[in-house]
Write a new protein. Structure first.
Length: 137
């Protein structure tokens, strides 16, 4: 598989550590893919953030939402999911930080597209995303 470009959406205030671990493990795992982290690296003014993030999501093959326990307070995540859907960028979620199927999901993320942090499951989800939305050949 080609190296898919993934925009990593996460709760900037609560799950930056999990985002860094996720991206690092993706680079060092023996899975047959790699993730290029195109997420925003710092906080910025809202108008600037929206323009930059929309452009990055448009250049990505998929958006991966890291779903933590405090996801309900992450106001940027639903915006990123909407930007992805508006641009036909497929979306799936991965539970992090002790979150599970009983945790709140951000608006726009489907429960049946949110999985445990398991690299085999993530590889399967990435394969699926590469055949959906703007990635369809």
């Amino acid at each position: 598989m080609a190296d898919p470009r993934a925009f990593i959406s996460f709760d900037f205030d609560h799950n930056e550590t999990e985002k860094n671990l996720f991206v690092g493990q993706a680079k060092n795992s023996k899975t047959p893919f790699s993730i290029q982290d195109w997420s925003a690296k710092s906080s910025m003014p809202q108008s600037q953030w929206e323009a930059i993030v929309k452009d990055k999501i448009n250049k990505a093959n998929m958006l991966i939402v890291l779903v933590g326990k405090t996801m309900a307070s992450a106001t940027g995540v639903p915006k990123e999911i909407k930007m992805a859907k508006d641009q036909s960028v497929p979306v799936f979620g991965v539970y992090v930080d002790g979150a599970d199927s009983s945790s709140n999901l951000p608006d726009g993320l489907q429960r049946n597209r949110t999985i445990a942090w398991d690299w085999e499951k993530i590889a399967n989800a990435i394969d699926q995303m590469m055949g959906e939305g703007k990635n369809k050949k």
